[in-house]
Write a protein that binds this ligand. Structure first.
Ligand SMILES: [Cu+2]
Length: 344
């Protein structure tokens, strides 16, 4: 009997353990581990502050990319952004936009990623500032790949997208709250292997975030981050895609009968979102953007700070369908926008 048990432990147990590991790998085909990040000083000379065929400006979403390896560069910059026309905010950005560019890749794809810190070149109002990037779509050592780099530096590393979803990326340099409130966040879409189980007529990216501005002491008419309001979670503006009520003026276009997919990310930094579209019901909701997390027939989806959802709905008839954060104080602070299907 004792000999039999020994046989089990010596020969069979390792196989059982190995089998367990293999089945996890087979289920997801995950890739773990990456070469060390490389720190450099070669800054791009072009005026464009990002590059990569898989990038677009929200609400636009690039089509599913071909190929399995993508080169992506995002630059950290400082710029005067407008939260609404004429209202100037001292923003810190990825790609010189708030939110940063939308990255669309596929599960299993590899990204050769470069962060460049160009805060030095673009400085207008704050001292050159260290920055970093934390990619929620990746699984990497934060101490190596998400390290803070000085102005004038670049950091290059690679990663593989193990899980499908809609993921946040953001600056993770202390004080993180300040870098987030200043505008340093964006969306990565990782499409499942084999694509989504539905076909849609329209698709858009919507990033919700909060702004906490106060007039800056130099009284040049611009605004900057208000630490007190941010720590009290008391935003002046809650916005979709970087601007107060932006998609009331720039509606997302659809037609009656269309199936619409929204990739929705709540970048925060502080509030949840109760995302709702007036006049329809979400046929499918994939929490965190992963079709394995499916809910049906939902009126409102609760999305935490740094969380996301893909929502799909049918436009039932001609009309203007208003997206809101149904925490209505947030809607009044700017988290409203239209899906316009008033024309056939
Ligand atoms: Cu930063």
């Amino acid at each position: 009997m004792a000999a039999k048990i020994m046989t089990y432990f010596i020969f069979l147990l390792p196989l059982v353990l190995l089998g367990g590991c293999n089945s996890a790998k087979q289920e997801y085909g995950n890739t773990y581990g990456a070469p060390e990040a490389v720190l450099g000083s070669e800054l791009p000379t072009e005026n464009k502050f990002y590059s990569g065929e898989v990038l677009s400006d929200a609400p636009d979403v690039k089509p599913t990319p071909s190929g399995n390896v993508h080169h992506v560069r995002l630059d950290a910059t400082h710029k005067m952004a407008e939260i609404f026309p004429g209202m100037k905010y001292r923003a810190w950005t990825f790609g010189d936009t708030v939110p940063g560019p939308v990255m669309r890749i596929k599960q299993g794809d590899k990204v050769i990623f470069t962060l460049t810190n160009r805060a030095e070149e673009t400085v207008q109002f704050v001292p050159p500032m260290p920055h970093s990037i934390d990619l929620h779509a990746a699984m990497l050592s934060p101490q190596d790949k998400y390290r803070t780099i000085d102005p004038g530096k670049t950091l290059t590393f690679e990663w593989t997208a193990n899980y499908p979803g809609v993921f946040m990326y953001h600056c993770a340099t202390v004080m993180v709250l300040q870098h987030l409130a200043a505008g340093m966040y964006g969306m990565t879409i990782v499409e499942p292997k084999g694509g989504y189980p539905t076909k849609v007529d329209q698709e858009y990216a919507v990033v919700q975030s909060e702004f906490y501005p106060k007039e800056n002491p130099e009284s040049d008419g611009s605004y900057e981050f208000d630490l007190q309001a941010t720590e009290k979670k008391d935003p002046t503006y809650v916005v979709f895609n970087g601007k107060f009520m932006r998609h009331m003026d720039e509606p997302l276009k659809a037609k009656p009968g269309d199936r619409v997919r929204l990739y929705f990310l709540n970048a925060g930094p502080n509030d949840t979102s109760s995302f709702h579209v007036i006049g329809t019901i979400f046929d499918k909701v994939w929490l965190d953007g992963n079709p394995a997390n499916e809910l049906r027939g939902m009126q409102t989806v609760m999305v935490p700070a740094s969380g996301s959802a893909i929502v799909e709905f049918v436009v039932p008839e001609a009309g203007q369908f208003v997206m809101v954060d149904h925490e209505f104080a947030d809607a009044h602070h700017g988290a409203m926008g239209v899906v316009d299907a008033s024309q056939p």
